[in-house]
Design a binder for this molecule. Structure first.
Ligand code: SAM
Length: 283
């Protein structure tokens, strides 16, 4: 067990600084102050971050820390902490680690006993969630679905029965593919596509998957998908599909139809009338 009292020690600190996801006015004074104070900024894409840093006149030394060098650069960052330096991690937009690099260095820094401190700011998923019109708790943030169709189907099957709002990041050129997969695996659920959040062309497209598929053509910009979670009523629909089969099975075992219906009602926690309707409407 390890306890970190962030502001009650002199240990070197790894700051996880959120940067704006579009609107530069969302960069907090605290984030700017920390980026000015640390010894080194480790950025996902140094060219993208330099533009942001120049805009805010931050001249701190920047090193590269991206997916392709994450392991190696994490060791380098921990070495800087060991030398007594304070380091800030930033990604291109939003929070580091959220569908972005950083987990490796955070784990190492915790292992080595350094402070790991988050600096609040903007995040695409949470912005989309609160404006989606869907319940905000519980929610599940998935990030990007796999680019492989089969893997994406498997991933969606994993969350099919979760009774919580689902959040996905998606690239615009894959939006229609993903909507079709959602329709196929999760059904015609309500969802919200939140596009270009905090930017001039911010847009929310809310409706069922089929409505969105018939409306959407070419989509541009960055987007988040907020999808309704599994509902108990849907569960009942699935159950009702099996009702017919179960009644038949009991009849085949020698029960009279009325006893079979009564038994199935008990098994499924349904009323006799629901089972009766379902059974006789389907046969
Ligand atoms: N770290 C970021 C965060 O905290 O939100 C996410 C980085 S992830 C590599 C980039 C994805 O986030 C985009 O493909 C898009 O799905 C989503 N995203 C980022 N900025 C966005 C914006 N302004 N509007 C909508 N979605 C955005």
């Amino acid at each position: 067990m390890k306890i970190q009292k962030s502001f009650m020690n002199e240990l070197p600190t790894l700051y996880l600084v959120a940067t704006p996801i579009g609107n530069l006015d969302e960069f907090t004074p605290r984030a700017i102050e920390i980026l000015n104070e640390v010894d080194v900024i480790a950025a996902e894409d140094t060219r993208t971050s330099l533009k942001l840093l120049q805009h805010f006149k931050i001249t701190t030394h920047v090193i590269s820390h991206h997916n392709f060098n994450e392991r190696q650069s994490s060791k380098g960052i921990v070495n800087l902490l060991k030398q007594g330096k304070h380091v800030a991690i930033i990604s291109d937009a939003g929070y580091p680690l959220i569908s972005d690099p950083g987990l490796n260095v955070v784990s190492l820094a915790i292992q080595e006993g350094f402070n790991v401190v988050p600096i609040s700011g903007s995040n695409a998923a949470l912005n989309a969630l609160v404006a989606s019109g869907l319940p905000c708790q519980p929610y599940l943030f998935w990030g990007f679905l796999s680019s492989s169709m089969n893997e994406a189907i498997k991933e969606l099957k994993q969350v099919q029965m979760y009774p919580c709002t689902l959040l996905f990041y998606e690239a615009p050129h894959r939006l229609v593919r993903t909507l079709k997969l959602i329709q196929e695996v999760l059904g015609d659920r309500y969802l919200c596509v939140a596009r270009e959040l905090t930017k001039k062309h911010e847009e929310f497209i809310r409706g069922t998957v089929s409505e969105l598929l018939s409306h959407l053509q070419e989509v541009k910009g960055e987007l988040v998908l907020v999808v309704e979670g599994h509902r108990k009523e849907d569960e009942k629909d699935i159950l009702l599909k099996d009702v017919h089969i179960k009644v038949e099975e009991y009849i085949a075992l020698g029960m009279s139809p009325s006893i079979a219906i009564k038994t199935v009602a008990k098994d499924f926690g349904l009323s006799k009338n629901e089972v009766y309707q379902r059974y006789f409407n389907r046969s």
